[in-house]
Ligand binder design. Sequence first.
Ligand code: AGP
Length: 368
Amino acid sequence: EQIKKGNYDHFMQKEIHEQPHSLTTTMRGRLKDNSVVLGGLKEHLKTIRHSRRIIFIGCGTSYNAALAARPLFEELSGIPVTMELASDLQDRQGPIYREDTAVFVSQSGETADTLLALEYALANGALCVGVTNTVGSTLARKTHCGIHINAGCEIGVASTKAYTSQIVAMAMMALAIGADRISTQARRQAIVDDLSNLPYKISEVLKLDGEMRDLAESLIDTQSLLVFGRGYNYATALEGALKVKEVALMHSEGMLAGEMKHGPLALVDETLPIIVIATRDGCFSKQQSVIQQLHARKGRLIVMCSEGDASSVRPVESCKVIEVPQVADCLQPVINIIPLQLLAYHLTVQRGYDVDQPRNLAKSVTTQ
Ligand code: AGP
């Protein structure tokens, strides 16, 4: 086991730091001549383009990855995209039709809730697409077509490198689906360019490790943590909070910043730490206003922003700012989650909990 961890103390730590490599393997052979080639989908692209709706289905981190990819799918395909937590779809027996494309996202490909939802979608005649890290898994075998994310084996119960590879795989899928639209050609080209640079940008953001260790130290005794995001980074807020919750065993909630005024604002005081994700995209000015509103209520703020933006987002000099490299808005969640993964990791080590095997959790939840 020690050998497999290499120079790292824990698998989660190793898997976080492996991401420049895992993302490279996710994209290997798939970005060609400024376009995307996905062999596992080729035969079905036409059917997907003609679907009435795309439904993303998954659990936990896999659901969050799909949520991060959703805006790009909507933009490039022009098809309505809905989100389903696999267990909730089962509970409601929500309607699924023959004209739907159901995209199942699962690192293990063996999650019981996701597989039951797959059986249900197959029975209802939808085209079923799998996005998984596990070749030969039940999900890979039972779906009509799909993509392997090729992130390499993930051992830590907290999913890290699979999350970023899932987002990149789904971004490539959105590019492939939208490839017949001339109107989005320049946009697609810009995204492909940024995909190629992504592994380098990830190695840059991993340099925040020491800063995140220090931030964890300052949060070690807090009871609770909130993470506010919106747009492309609503998923980042949910996923960052999930990481902190599941490994550092600290209460943590990811929230849609647009909902702040509708309840969560009542929680704000000088003690509760709140991370606000305010990297550059179409929601930037709204997030600036959220920061001002939280500051006016004496919130204990930590702001994540694009490099060089510290002075535009910091309400007071003492406010902690995490600066991250900027990439295309739709790929920014891949960058923004890294500091939060590092934070969750360091909080767990400093609080003395088991990093790779958090209490009560299993890597793959194969029972309902
Ligand atoms: C991730 O950190 C969690 N351990 C968990 O939410 C996980 O993503 C979920 O159980 C789904 O697993 P899957 O991707 O293997 O289907």
